[in-house]
Design a protein around this ligand. Sequence first.
Ligand code: FES
Length: 80
Amino acid sequence: MFVCLCNGYTDSQIREAAAGCAGAVDCVYEHLGAAPRCRSCVEMAGEIIADYRRTTAAVPASLTACPGAPATRGSFARRG
Ligand code: FES
């Protein structure tokens, strides 16, 4: 299912990127290659990431959030 229409990201892509990233939505999107634009998907993407992290093995401690991105696990941050 498409979650982010601006970037064409699906829920599967978001989960896959969340497995390789310890950060929130902006960090996960950065791993996919593009930052959120209109941000209308950020809440849903945050829920997908949080759900993924609740239901799968913990993100390895060696993974860190992207520089400048919030390092909050399982949550999302909205910008202005
Ligand atoms: S729908 Fe994701 S940034 Fe616009």
